[in-house]
Ligand binder design. Sequence first.
Ligand code: A2P
Length: 282
Amino acid sequence: LSDTYQLNNGEKIPVVGFGTWQTPDGEVAEKSVIAAIDAGYRHIDTAAIYKNEGSVGRGIANASVAREALFVTTKLWNDNVTYEQAAAAIDESLARLGLDYLDLYLIHWPNPERIRETIGYEKRNAEVWRAMEDAVTAGKIKSIGVSNFRPHHIDALLKTAKIVPAVNQLYINPSDQQEEVVAYNKAHGILTEAYSPLGRGELLEVPAIVEIAEKYGKSTAQVVLKWSLQKGYLPLPKSVTPSRIIENGQLFDFDLSDDELTAIDQLHGVGSLTRDPDTIDH
Ligand code: A2P
């Protein structure tokens, strides 16, 4: 869990992150962050809209490792459109988390409805990106990136960006592989992070995965997460259950064969696990 990828700016990022989407604020979030750090995770992923930054921050403060040993990501919510709003949102996230710097800060969505219907994604993303670049210069953020961006959103951003996004965080699991965006990220040196890497827990009874899991004596969750890692992605499994938090980090005592990776690749579109309609941005 302390293995790292190197980002395009030279910073190192632990290869598995602890996801906190839908983790309720309060004791649950705080305790699950502490459980994750105790289990060896060194990378925590939250967002302003998850409304749990305060509790995540308390978990970080009360954990057994120093802040510098951790990699913390949060995200800019959709209602921030201007430079000034983005600059303020960064300071507010820092305050809620109780941190004096972020390791990674992402634009959460490229083109939500309210932006589509007003200033448009090109102008908005250029503006907030400038605020994020200035926060890097000011030492408030080490790396900046995007989430849910498709190639045309990044192409537009690159017209004015001084810093190339370090990561693009996407909904990726065997049932929804987003191959076009993944290829684009790779061609531009952008690391692909995978949220909901377990298909929100719904991929865990697919027979092809069960068969592979039985062969290695691992759980189906571990097989799906290993697939994500061996594809070169950075999975962000979410759990509030201590035993699952531990299980999801135990990925380094087996390797999937090329044939097994290919078998899992074939699961694209399996079941009803397509993306939420609102995760397909325009
Ligand atoms: P819980 O948080 O109650 O433990 P994803 O990361 O794809 O969004 O999936 C998160 C969902 O999968 C949550 O409902 C979580 O439940 C569940 N989950 C996480 N890890 C495991 C696991 N190892 N086995 C089964 N379910 C899991």
